[in-house]
Write a protein that binds this ligand. Structure first.
Ligand code: PMP
Length: 364
């Protein structure tokens, strides 16, 4: 607390990102990064961009990357908005579409913990909808008058996904009330199928004028260090996001990030390969953990949400940390005994499985 903080800063409860150890050698399964390298073509594009042209400002509209994204998702470039990581895109969505007065914004009680932070930053009233007993998202809970809806599909940190028919029910309900439904598809590429992914709502933006999908290159593109994310929605929604951007920072993506993002969409076969490997590893590790007596939620993301009955989550977290393996723990009712474990390479996951088998056995 400082006397210099204004009342807004005093009121904030900021997001706490997962640990990012610098230099220390660890098996890092705590922030859902992709364990495989970005495509060689992407690295080449980044190197080419790191040249003389950096003396010039980048394209504020990111047309090259937007056009490449539009071609991959079969929409128009005017239906794509690029931001500095999808966190920035999400922050702009809160600022552009959710009201500071009237009925509350709805999101699940167990979900991406940045949503309540953005609601606090922008003074947006919100109400959480409790997940069902099996941790699935109850569609009916979102069919209520609201200031808007935001939810991830697959959800984080559970990894569980809703089908497109269920999401359409939510989108249609709120379309009639002129409220935006934002579906955060940060992990959509791991639900299966080529981009936009089997569960994606991006193909429905023409049918639903109130629907926005949010995507990131951090996970599916192996580019968490680049900071590039995007939203897809009808032109009027995209224009709303541009109005917020141009009231904040006209150049959220630098020239290097724009070049890398554009190159990502040219390298989709490579990414299809590495992301299919992650899905295969997830299936194998999930079965191995169940054989060790773990409860494993049915994940369609690049992480697993797991619990060993009788073993406190924090104890397992610390035991893994002691063996140089980082995972993520959320100190929240109902999930305090779970750990979220990102899917690493097969070798990393073998080390992880060996470590948990030791810990799980020791605790019995
Ligand atoms: N949405 C969800 C559900 C996430 O888990 C994350 C990653 N923390 C993000 C968005 C943000 O990703 P990024 O800012 O790296 O694009």
């Amino acid at each position: 607390m400082s006397v210099y903080w204004n009342s807004r800063v005093r009121r904030l409860s900021p997001y706490v990102p997962g640990e990012q150890p610098q230099g220390e050698r660890v098996i890092k399964l705590n922030t859902n990064e992709n364990p495989y390298a970005p495509a060689p073509e992407v690295i080449e594009a980044l190197k080419r961009a790191a040249g003389e042209s950096l003396r010039r400002y980048p394209d504020p509209e990111c047309w090259e990357a937007r056009s490449a994204a539009a071609a991959a998702y079969r929409v128009r470039p005017e239906q794509v908005f690029m931001g500095n990581g999808s966190d920035e895109v999400l922050a702009f969505i809160f600022g552009a579409f959710f009201e500071t007065q009237g009925p509350p914004l709805l999101f699940p009680d167990i979900t991406y913990s940045f949503y309540p932070v953005y609601a606090g930053l922008w003074d947006i009233p919100s109400r959480t909808v409790p997940l069902a007993g099996d941790f699935s998202i109850p569609v009916e809970g979102f069919l209520a008058p609201a200031g808007g809806v935001i939810l991830p599909n697959p959800n984080a940190p559970t990894g569980m996904a809703l089908g497109t028919a269920e999401l359409l029910r939510i989108a249609d309900y709120h379309a009639g009330r002129k409220r935006v439904v934002a579906v955060d598809e940060a992990y959509g590429a791991f639900a299966g199928g080529p981009l936009p992914g089997e569960r994606s709502m991006a193909p429905y933006i023409e049918r639903c004028p109130n629907l926005l999908t949010v995507h990131t290159l951090s996970k599916m593109g192996s580019l968490a260090g680049l900071r590039a994310g995007f939203a897809i929605g009808n032109e009027a929604l995209i224009e709303g996001l541009c109005r917020i951007r141009d009231s904040f920072n006209s150049y959220p993506l630098d020239r290097i990030a724009q070049a890398g993002a554009a190159a990502f969409f040219q390298a989709l076969p490579y990414y299809q390969g590495i992301n299919s490997r992650i899905i295969a590893t997830r299936r194998r590790v999930s079965a191995d953990l169940e054989a060790l007596g773990f409860q494993v939620l049915p994940s369609e993301a690049n992480f697993l949400f797991i619990r060993k009955p009788g073993l406190p989550g924090i104890a397992l977290l610390q035991a893994l940390r002691g063996r140089g393996i980082l995972a993520r723990h959320f100190n929240q009712p109902r999930i305090e005994d779970f750990l979220r474990v990102s899917i690493g390479t097969d070798a990393e996951m073998d080390d992880f499985l060996w470590a948990v088998s030791q810990e799980a056995v020791c605790q019995q």
